[in-house]
Design a protein around this ligand. Structure first.
Ligand code: 9MR
Length: 579
């Protein structure tokens, strides 16, 4: 343990060379692309029927020119900040009402930083690193947290306060009382960051404002020199079948990611920035009674994504207008009150708020980015059978259902149709769409909307794991939905995988390959009109499934944006066996 207070320095502390050429991958002797028609027996077997397929529409010839390879990466880590609190002073200061002081208690060594006097959960310890943290660069934080009085478990968060008004997650960990707990994570600093402070706070813990300690904080700058080599393009490969999309959040589009997105994808979904909690402007809503039925909105969070999409000429899926989640309760209360017990507004007023909200979102995007958004998830996740509604609608945690009643769905589509440009496609989007019960309710709901000319497609989220759902169910659900004759889009595809061994990566690649063979053959047979497949994230490190305490590897590119075997699986590479 070093006996100094803090250091800010710029020394490259490690150079790791990682060669990612995957060797020893079992080669399949048959090329599934050129095989005859296949039927699915169960999840793990595809049976030849002996019939000939139509001419393959995906550009399968080119893939054979590419030997499967995983590229290379050189990683350097540069330590930009370190404090073990063993000295007499620190750059950390109290955040809000909190006080910080160096005390004689430590994980290792003698001292740590004690945080006390908090009057709100966001109070904690903060250090200003505006000079050190650079735009579009990746940083890794590591530290230790401890508390001895309070609930048995508490969540600690490390965040970056950006430009004094945005709070970005850096790392988080659940700590047990009386145990030093490591907290580690990474962040890519968004462009146009003028000020940046790194701070530690606790998450919700029944409102208890515990005192806590932090120790051994390091922040490293990760510099990765990535060479993906020559790889095919997903959008090119599937160009005659459907578009291939990716979801991104505003902090996930630094230049290196933009290049890869432009090369691989021809559809883009903002992961969070078009949801009501990102668009609704609370301060403005309560500033004037004129907003009571016409909610104030603000698009600053989504703008960087729309700007990028416009410049790169990538069409955008809008996600999402009406959802029970990521929509603040105050949107439904009288006077937009944030009081937990504030009464909810009448159905009439809520419908006005809904119509004006939808109108403004569509007007803004269509005026400022004409033609850019080609489809909208108008209503998201409204079916959750078993909650007492005769049509299987979500009841329990849906304020839309509570305030407006079941007709909120049709109203949302009515308003969306009224204000959307004629070419814009309107979708109902949901998860677990393969489950039989859910499937029947979704079909019934969608059919009703279809009969009224209010809907163009169904979004099938498709958050898969390695075991669930079975591909038989995915396959038959596509056929079932396909019967309606509407567009189908796979809107949020990922495949949860909790281990990153070579074998598991290969198994994931095989399952991706089987899935895409089914999707492709269903589309080609004309049984379903699949118009887009979107991955819910570009790379494993930023996936919603990947948590520091529980890593997950669900996507096609790894933390360094190198292609994984899964990428080659989606491309139906002959180098990925089916089983
Ligand atoms: O990817 C989104 C993640 O960043 C958010 O924290 C999360 C909050 O609900 O929403 C994620 O996206 C969801 C999508 O909007 C709807 N389907 C489920 C997705 C994963 O949770």
């Amino acid at each position: 343990m070093k006996k100094h207070t803090y250091r800010i320095y710029h020394i490259i502390i490690s150079i790791i060379f990682v060669s990612m050429i995957l060797g020893g991958c079992k080669k399949d002797t048959t090329d599934p692309i050129n095989e005859g028609n296949k039927t699915i027996e169960d999840d793990d077997s595809i049976v030849e029927t002996g019939e000939d397929t139509d001419e393959d529409k995906a550009d399968t010839s080119k893939i054979k020119e590419y030997a499967m390879h995983m590229g290379t990466v050189e990683v350097e880590e540069e330590l930009i900040y370190e404090d073990d609190f063993e000295g007499d002073s620190t750059l950390f200061t109290g955040r809000g009402a909190a006080k910080v002081e160096i005390v004689n208690k430590s994980k290792v060594g003698e001292k740590s930083l004690y945080v006390s006097g908090r009057t709100a959960l966001w109070n904690g310890a903060t250090v200003n690193l505006s000079e050190e943290l650079k735009d579009s660069e990746k940083y890794i934080v590591n530290g230790w947290v401890y508390y001895e009085v309070g609930p048995d478990q508490i969540q600690f968060d490390c965040k970056v306060e950006r430009n004094n008004n945005e709070y970005l997650s850096f790392a988080s960990a659940m700590a047990n009382k009386g145990e030093w707990t490591e907290i580690t994570g990474s962040i890519i600093i968004p462009e146009d960051t003028n000020t940046a402070s790194v701070y530690f706070e606790t998450g919700f813990a029944g409102g208890e404002l515990i005192d806590f300690y932090i120790d051994d904080v390091t922040i490293k700058h990760e510099i990765a020199k990535v060479d993906r080599g020559d790889i095919p393009s997903l959008k090119e490969f599937y160009k005659d079948l459907f578009s291939i999309g990716v979801a991104v959040t505003a902090s996930e589009i630094p230049p290196d990611r933009q290049d890869l997105i432009k090369q691989q994808f021809n559809s883009l979904t903002p992961g969070n920035e078009l949801k009501p909690d990102a668009v609704l402007d609370y301060a403005k809503c309560i500033s004037d009674p004129k907003y009571d039925d016409n909610p104030a909105v603000n698009f600053s969070r989504v703008e960087p994504i729309l700007e990028f999409a416009k410049e790169a000429n990538i069409p955008v899926r809008g996600h999402t207008l009406v959802w029970h989640s990521q929509t603040p309760r105050w949107f439904f209360t009288e006077g937009y009150s944030q009081d937990a017990n504030a009464p909810l507004v009448s159905k009439e007023l809520m419908l006005k708020r809904m119509e004006n909200y939808i109108r403004q979102v569509l007007e803004y995007t269509q005026t400022n980015y004409p033609g850019l958004i080609y489809a909208w998830d108008v209503v998201n996740e409204a079916i959750n059978p078993g909650e007492g509604d005769e049509n299987g609608l979500r009841v329990k945690d849906s304020l839309w259902y509570e305030v407006v009643g079941p007709e909120f769905i049709e109203k949302a589509f009515e308003y969306a149709r009224k204000y959307a440009d004629p070419d814009v496609k309107l979708f109902y989007n949901d998860y677990n769409t393969e489950e039989t019960g859910k499937l029947l309710y979704i079909k019934r709901l969608v059919k009703g909307l279809q009969d009224k000319g209010l809907i163009d497609g169904i979004g099938l989220q498709s958050h898969l794991t390695m075991d669930n759902p079975s591909l038989v169910d995915v396959n038959s659900s596509l056929l079932e939905y396909g019967e309606l004759g509407l567009e189908l889009q796979i809107t949020e595809l990922d495949m949860g995988l909790k281990s990153n061994t070579e074998e598991d990566f290969l198994n994931q690649a095989k399952r991706y390959k089987r899935l895409f063979m089914f999707i492709k053959s269903i589309h080609e047979s004309g049984a379903a009109n699949i118009t887009n497949v979107t991955f819910w994230g570009l790379s494993d490190d930023i996936s919603w499934l990947n948590k520091p305490s529980e890593p997950n590897y669900p996507l096609l590119f790894d933390n360094y944006l190198l292609q994984k075997p899964a990428f080659w699986g989606v491309l139906l590479s002959p180098d990925i066996p089916l089983y």
